[in-house]
Design a protein around this ligand. Structure first.
Ligand code: ADP
Ligand code: TRP
Length: 322
């Protein structure tokens, strides 16, 4: 069984980009993998400094995953900071991380361009992510396309460590699902919690309708042909609509007759129905945070048992055991 691992930041409400890019693929892997899923609160500190928001985000991310079908008994599911060994490994790996490798990371540059403070933590974010992956000896890491470069950094660091100190870490492979590679947000850029352009998974009807209606579209008149490949509304519809429905919509785009207002109403109804059952389950979990905390504590214990074995080996390899 392959060891498959991925994490998600609790920095805001999880959205449909997170769902199709990472959560759904991870939940599907539960059937046939040794699965590690975690909530990366230490990473989220780079953008959230409001403690109540972080706490709430962490519990909600846990509720979201379980409501959407992740079974904590069939995987290892925990909160990153509950296994502090990851911070020690981060330091050890940072010694082998060239500045140039981090300077090339697009995600850092994009976030700074979006006014996220350019802290040392934000800069070294990919090293903590590499530690997340290597600490658990993950073989496969399913992520959205935006994380591909971070995976390359993790692989590079693993290879450098193995070359310097002898084989210690599994070199992880990314798994990027092509059909949902980058899901656009309301403004057509990558949907991201950092950009305030998301459609959260678990909005109530009224708020969901408002979000969907706010999808930005161009000013082409209804009767004119439109290019489906550059339209974010079309890309979002494709995630939820049946193939038959999409054939109809495609014809309206290329022949003329696609009315954005009606298509947004369709999209709203599709999303609302798609997540209705999970939304009800999430509410039950949030009403009982004691259960969530218990699940996460048990998960952290399982994760920590694995982490201490790897860390012990890495320490030995580096000469930190005397
Ligand atoms: P965000 O950018 O909203 O903060 P994260 O960086 O926490 O999201 O991403 C969590 C996971 O969801 C990652 O695997 C990431 O690749 C995936 N993901 C995030 N946004 C998208 C998107 N717009 N399309 C596809 N996958 C996404
Ligand atoms: N950086 C990832 C993101 O923003 C989250 C993350 C942190 C992660 N550690 C990880 C993903 C380890 C996969 C594996 O989406």
């Amino acid at each position: 069984m392959k060891r498959i691992l991925s994490g998600i930041q609790p920095s805001g409400k999880l959205h449909i980009g997170n769902y199709f890019g990472m959560m759904q693929p991870m939940i599907r892997h539960m059937e046939a993998a040794d699965l590690y899923v975690f909530i990366v609160d230490l990473h989220a500190l780079t953008s959230v400094q409001d403690r109540d928001r972080l706490r709430q985000g962490t519990l909600e991310a846990a509720a979201d995953f379980i409501a959407l079908g992740l079974d904590p008994d069939r995987c290892t599911f925990w909160v990153q900071s509950d296994v502090p060994e990851v911070c020690e490994l981060t330091w050890m790996l940072s010694i082998l991380t060239p500045m140039g490798l981090l300077e090339r990371c697009h995600s850092y540059k994009d976030k700074v361009a979006k006014n996220i403070p350019a802290s040392h933590g934000l800069f070294s974010y990919p090293v903590l992510m590499a530690a997340d992956i290597l600490l658990y000896q993950a073989e496969v890491v399913p992520v959205g396309k935006d994380q591909k470069q971070h995976l390359e950094v993790a692989r590079d660091i693993a290879i450098r460590f193995n070359n310097t100190y002898g084989t210690t870490f599994v070199v992880p492979e990314p798994e990027i699902s092509e059909d949902s590679a980058i899901i656009p947000g309301l403004d057509g850029q990558k949907m991201s919690k950092s950009y305030d352009n998301t459609i959260p998974i678990f909005l109530d009807e009224k708020a969901l309708r408002k979000r969907v209606m706010a999808i930005q579209t161009d000013a082409t008149p209804v009767e004119d042909p439109k290019d489906p490949d550059t339209c974010n509304l079309y890309a979002l519809l494709k995630l939820f609509a049946s193939p038959e429905k999409m054939r109809e919509v495609h014809a309206l785009y290329v022949n003329g007759g696609a009315a954005y207002g009606y298509l947004k109403q369709d999209l709203f109804e599709l999303i609302n129905t798609y997540f209705a059952a999970a939304r009800a389950r999430k509410k039950e979990f949030l009403d009982d945070p004691g259960y969530l905390r218990q699940v996460l504590a048990a998960g952290a214990e399982k994760a920590r048992a694995k982490a201490t074995v790897t860390l012990d080996l890495a320490r030995d390899r580096m000469g930190l055991k005397y």
